[in-house]
Design a protein around this ligand. Structure first.
Ligand code: GGG
Length: 371
């Protein structure tokens, strides 16, 4: 059994609470499966910035490259300008390691109450292009402080970048319900978005079992609120994918449960797994953070590392703890971060003892933690 070397960056704010919670669960899972995980912790982020004037050391990417995967919590602090913290850590990792797919599942979970009246189950995969688009360094500021002060920000779409995101999304759709929705704004954004539409359309033609709908993002956002159960796979540019996945997670109940995988599908570089949420400084240090997004990201990491059974075990455990009413306050539950984590560890053990199928409500797996 080879050991997977995982680089851990808890980062800022609630990252420091949800990462240890998820690692506690991953370590218990590793004791029960033929999985060996070595976690190497890197204290990078806004505290590191306060001391060193940068978010990670100059050779940070080289240090990370020694690992098979990166497990990240959250980035952002009121003490560091947002663009500085994001472009000093997360974005260089995504780009240098060619993590061009940001896969963001949006799914209803028992125990997480959706604000929607409808009880239709929601199960969407959002494929966010992760290396280009609106997140670009091209642009600048001029005439600072003058009445005609100017800011220019260029969007970059390349055929390679759009096509590889579309390929990934279309092949996912082909393995699911065969419905792919592409987010566009080609009525208003007259150069880049029609190009996006053309490349997505050309690429999807190679997948005869996939039906492509190109939808203006404003209408798509409204549909994501009004009838989210009709979506299967959504492919979107960097910015639009970010916005739609925050919206999607709110529609299913809480951004606290939303996971993501920043993937280099070729495996040439480590992939990175992180919850969709940020550092939430307003609730940091209070034991209020929901660790489900981080745990679910951990399950995605296990799957990526070739351990689907271990991933499924972890997934069943946090779903069971939620279903049994042990959720954190953001999902209407009574638990602190550590109480919920204890409930998930207990559920892992019950599922191990009685099997996934038998670990039903009667077994009250999560309840074991609080008794
Ligand atoms: N959990 C990762 C995190 O802290 N993300 C903060 C953020 O602002 N991300 C922006 C992005 O993903 O584009």
């Amino acid at each position: 059994m080879s050991t997977h070397k995982i680089a851990v960056i808890a980062g800022d704010g609630i990252g420091k609470e949800v990462v240890p919670a998820a690692i506690e669960c991953l370590e218990r899972i590793a004791e029960l499966h033929p999985v060996s995980l070595e976690f190497n912790h890197f204290g990078w982020g806004s505290h590191y910035y306060a001391e060193h004037g940068r978010m990670m050391p100059r050779d940070g990417l080289e240090q990370l490259a020694e690992h098979e995967a990166i497990f990240l919590g959250a980035v952002g602090s009121p003490s560091v300008p947002d663009a500085e913290s994001l472009w000093g850590l997360l974005i260089p990792i995504r780009r240098e390691f060619q993590q061009y797919i940001n896969l963001r599942p949006v799914k209803t979970l028992d125990g997480v109450k959706s604000p929607l009246a409808s009880k239709e189950p929601i199960d969407i995969l959002i494929v966010r292009e992760n290396n280009e688009g609106e997140y670009s360094e091209v642009g600048g500021r001029a005439y600072r402080g003058l009445p005609h002060e100017t800011a220019v920000q260029e969007t970059i779409f390349t055929r390679l970048g759009v096509a590889r995101a579309a390929h990934y999304a279309a092949s996912l759709a082909a393995s699911r319900k065969g419905r792919l929705t592409s987010a566009t704004k080609s009525n208003g954004i007259i150069h880049t978005m029609p190009f996006w539409d053309e490349v997505v359309e050309e690429t999807t033609r190679l997948y005869p079992d996939v039906t492509l709908t190109s939808e203006l993002v404003d209408a798509l956002a409204a549909h994501l609120v009004l009838k989210p159960w009709t979506f299967d796979v959504i492919v979107a540019s960097n910015l639009l994918g970010d916005i739609l996945s925050d919206l999607g997670s709110s529609v299913t109940g809480s951004i606290g449960v939303a996971p993501s995988a920043n993937l280099n599908p070729e495996g040439d570089f480590p992939s990175l797994f992180e919850p969709v949420h940020g550092s939430a400084p307003d609730i940091a240090g209070k034991g209020l953070a929901n660790p489900v997004g981080q745990m679910w990201s951990g399950a995605m990491m296990l799957r990526h590392l070739g351990h689907p059974e271990a991933a499924e075990h972890l997934q069943l455990a946090f779903e069971s703890a939620l279903r049994e009413g042990h959720g954190t306050r953001d999902v209407g539950g009574p638990s602190s971060t550590s109480e919920f984590t204890a409930a998930v560890v207990a559920a892992i053990d019950v599922i191990d003892a009685v099997g996934a199928k038998d670990a039903t409500a009667e077994d009250k797996p999560a309840a074991a933690a609080s008794s």
